[in-house]
Design a protein around this ligand. Structure first.
Ligand SMILES: Cc1cc2nc3c(=O)[nH]c(=O)nc-3n(C[C@H](O)[C@H](O)[C@H](O)COP(=O)(O)OP(=O)(O)OC[C@H]3O[C@@H](n4cnc5c(N)ncnc54)[C@H](O)[C@@H]3O)c2cc1C
Length: 531
């Protein structure tokens, strides 16, 4: 295993002057979610000059709103999508290996209330184990009712026949995105958040770079690039449309967004260290109850959504569905008032034919598309497979002559910032968030002022300072939503912490105004369930 490079302190003025002084780069990436960051790291490790621009904060989009599973996708197995499952199982193992401070194996239990369920699902899960091969995390086991109750004490006991236990993984998605960003930066990539791409540069009908703007000052920049990758998730069609307009070609939408809602409740509703999977709810969906950072995530839904807000809100039916289904499987049914936070993510599902039918039938695999002008668009897939997606993108860029032939990818065995040499991913992230997530950088955090001042369980003043100094944080939201995950765990608590957090950021960022009021409004939204 290679040793991670020492972390840098990204000072914003320095980042922007580097952006202003850039000559032509090999690769310019639009979008700082899992997909764009994965491409940035892979490319930087292969020796390319790379710039990545993110309109908001890294992982502000879908990449902080996952169910937090590093998984092969049991439900894709049921759909017979063996190649997708096999690839994801392989990537699951790679991710656990390269970021043991942010990901860990997690046991799941599928409870059965009908005699046929355990053998039926158990056989499928044995196939899942077989597909994982040596990357397996533990063997699937059949449980009787007593062992099922022991593993998931919160499960409804009436008519419980038994269950099946299997293994997948769990991670902190936003912190993994930051680790990717910082690892790419340590390898020479220039990454700038709060810097939306406003347009593309074309020369002789070919994409030759982009125009972006510092969201804080409005200052515009131009970046020349041999190859431009559009990794903007559900927003890819906006960039594709700009390419089409400039070259006089109409584009048809590539993505059919679908939203997924998560509700977070206290761990007393589902105590223990195992997750629950209901493979088929009444309307044929999958439901998870997943212990995460001291709380429990319930979800999710799959609802077509056409307005692409950066902060989508749940529909009343979705909330009703999650609480209703959870109530059928949990001994203590959570009610609306028990919800500590509600958050919504948009899936970038790729349209097969432009058909706007049920999103569950659209492709979960990623797609790489190169426009006639050479704009490379990548979207779809899942967090778990970000690394393989990056390899595919770069391979395609070479195939299409946008980049010269490249050395082999190094990301399969390249630890991310914070990974400790020889560490195994056994850390418990079902406890409150805290120093664990900093891995080898924990001592750096502890050396900062305020290491002994707790703002909340798992969040010290020093962590806020670390976010500002080393992790690109500019606003209260960056700290409370993504450097720590308190907004996602308990929105009311996040609102209470925000003023002190803002004071620390003002101190650290030379008086920069860290958008306290906007955050308070957002924290309200995360507490609000539609009637
Ligand atoms: C509800 C839900 C649950 C999920 N659960 C899981 C799970 O448990 N495990 C798993 O493996 N996968 C999961 N996924 C899938 C996974 O989260 C996504 O596949 C992945 O996060 C997509 O990353 P992305 O980088 O393509 O998109 P995004 O994370 O959305 O990143 C795109 C970025 O582009 C930026 N951007 C947009 N326009 C511009 C512009 N003009 N200039 C600059 N930047 C721009 C956006 O701000 C955004 O940050 C889930 C998805 C959803 C919706």
């Amino acid at each position: 295993m290679t040793t991670p490079s020492s972390p840098q302190a990204p000072d914003r003025a320095g980042l922007l002057s580097a952006l202003a002084e850039l000559g032509q780069v090999d690769l310019a990436i639009i979008g700082g979610g899992a997909t764009g960051l994965g491409v940035a790291l892979d490319a930087a490790l292969r020796g390319l000059s790379v710039v990545l621009l993110e309109s908001c904060d890294f992982a502000k989009g879908t990449s902080s709103r996952a169910t937090k599973l590093v998984h092969g996708g049991v439900r894709y197995l049921a759909q017979g999508n063996i190649s997708l499952v096999r690839e994801a199982l392989h990537e699951r193992s790679t991710l656990l290996h390269n970021a043991p401070h942010l990901a860990r194996p997690l046991p799941f239990v599928m409870p059965s209330y009908k005699c046929w369920e355990a053998p039926f699902y158990g056989v499928g899960l044995k196939v899942y184990d077989a597909l994982a091969g040596s990357a397996g995390l533990g063997a699937t086991e059949f449980l009787n009712a007593a062992r099922t109750r022991a593993c998931i004490p919160g499960v409804r006991e009436q008519n419980l026949k038994g269950g099946v236990k299997y293994w997948d993984g769990q991670f902190d998605d936003a912190r993994l995105a930051l680790a990717l960003a910082r690892t790419a930066a340590a390898q020479g990539a220039l990454l700038v958040n709060y810097c939306p791409v406003k347009g593309l540069l074309h020369e002789n009908g070919k994409v030759a770079g982009l125009q972006c703007e510092d969201a804080e000052t409005g200052q515009a920049y131009e970046v020349k690039a041999r190859c431009v990758v559009n990794a903007t998730g559900v927003w890819v069609d906006e960039i594709r449309a700009k390419d089409g307009e400039a070259t006089g070609r109409a584009t048809t939408a590539m993505v059919a967004p679908s939203q997924g809602v998560h509700l977070v409740v206290d761990s007393e509703f589902f105590p223990g260290d195992h997750a629950l999977l209901v493979p088929k709810t009444e309307d044929g969906r999958v439901l998870f109850a997943v212990p995460w950072l001291g709380k429990v995530i319930l979800g999710t839904t799959d609802t077509p959504r056409h307005d692409l807000s950066r902060e989508p809100t749940p529909f009343a039916d979705e909330v009703k569905f999650i609480l209703g289904e959870a109530g059928k499987y949990l001994r203590r049914a959570p009610a609306r008032d028990d919800v500590r936070s509600v958050w919504v993510g948009l899936r970038p599902l790729v349209r097969p034919t432009g058909d706007e039918g049920m999103t569950k039938k659209l492709s979960r695999e990623h797609t790489v598309l190169v426009s006639p002008s050479g704009l490379v668009t990548v979207t779809g897939g899942k967090w778990t497979t970000y690394r393989a997606m990056a390899e595919d993108v770069l391979e395609r860029c070479v195939q299409d002559g946008l980049l010269a032939p490249l050395p082999r990818s190094r990301t399969a065995d390249f630890p991310l910032v914070g990974a400790q040499q020889g560490a195994t991913s056994r850390v418990s992230i079902s406890a409150a968030p805290g120093l664990n997530a900093y891995g080898s950088e924990a001592a750096m955090v502890q050396a900062l002022p305020g290491a002994d001042i707790d703002l909340a369980p798992g969040l010290t003043e020093a962590m806020v300072r670390f976010g500002a100094r080393y992790e690109y944080a500019r606003n209260v939201e960056d700290i409370l939503a993504r450097r720590s995950r308190i907004l996602f765990l308990d929105a009311r608590l996040a609102a209470a912490l925000a003023p002190r957090c803002a004071e620390i950021l003002r101190e650290e960022l030379g008086g920069h105004e860290p958008e306290l009021e906007r955050f308070q409004a957002l924290a309200e939204q995360y507490q609000h369930l539609p009637a």
